[in-house]
Ligand binder design. Structure first.
Ligand code: MF3
Ligand code: CO
Length: 253
């Protein structure tokens, strides 16, 4: 069942989304050579709680942290721990915040120091592929249009789209219907209508598309060991076009 949101509810989701985006910005600022992923997670968790939010990844299906942090060949759902970020790493941070009963969900891949040209191109293509997908998420269009827009943009640049994980509806729950694939055929799939709220979250690999989940039950890595990037926004479908709800509002942490 797809739960549509009215304008008042969308306003609340925007507040939750802003807090989520601010927390992601805090994560980005914390990334530096030598910091552990657990330390980044701690900083972000404290920030969310201080703002009155609930870090809703924590304990979600048993996930043990406020953020998912996935480095280099890590795709998604990395568990923060004692890994020390080093110069040249690319660091994907994904987090959810529950505020006033509503979820926000966003992610970004950050560079640490000097990264390779190819890594930068992967990050740029993933971010822009996400924006292409969001731009295609107009009322009256279909989910296949969204997925196709992402897929075409990143494949044109020689990268590959992860198939085993997709975006999702979001609202009072972190994961609602429908699934939102980052691949698809124009004119196919569910028709988008005003009041739908979805995430657009491409996971894009430098090499092959295949990914595997490790024995911890969470960590997802590329099968070929090559780099992966991940960007995500929470988006509302409105009469006036797609509206990104996870927009940061705070310049300073
Ligand atoms: N934020 C993730 C998503 O994009 C969900 C993470 S799973 C969790 O759907 F267990 F960490 F919450
Ligand atoms: Co998500």
């Amino acid at each position: 069942m797809i739960v549509l949101k009215n304008p008042q509810q969308l306003t609340k989701m925007k507040v939750a989304g802003e807090m989520t985006a601010n927390a992601l910005r805090v994560a980005g600022k914390a990334i530096e050579q030598g910091i552990t992923t657990a330390e980044i997670d701690n900083i972000v968790r404290h920030y969310i709680v201080k703002q009155g939010g609930i870090p809703s990844c924590l304990n979600y299906n048993g996930f043990p942290a406020a953020t998912c942090i996935s480095v280099n060949n890590g795709v998604i759902h990395g568990i923060p721990g004692d890994y020390k970020i080093k110069n040249g790493d690319i660091v994907s941070v994904d987090l959810c915040v529950l505020y006033d009963g509503w979820q926000g969900d966003c992610a970004a891949t950050f560079p640490c120091g000097e990264i390779s040209l190819k890594a930068q191109q992967l990050i740029d293509a993933t971010r822009e592929g996400m924006f292409q997908g969001i731009a295609a998420a107009k009322a009256g269009s279909r989910l296949g249009d969204v997925g196709h827009a992402v897929q075409q943009y990143v494949e044109d640049r020689g990268f590959s789209v992860v198939r085993q994980f997709v975006g999702h509806g979001i609202g009072k729950k972190m994961h609602e219907e429908p699934d939102v694939p980052n691949y698809g055929k124009p004119g196919h799939g569910l028709r988008l209508v005003p009041g739908m709220t979805i995430t657009v979250e491409p996971m894009i690999n430098k090499g092959e598309a295949d990914v595997k989940t490790l024995s911890d039950g969470w960590t997802v890595k590329t099968c070929d060991g090559k780099l992966s990037a991940h960007f995500e926004n929470t988006v509302a479908i409105t009469e006036d076009g797609p509206v990104i709800l996870t927009v940061p509002t705070q310049e300073k942490q």
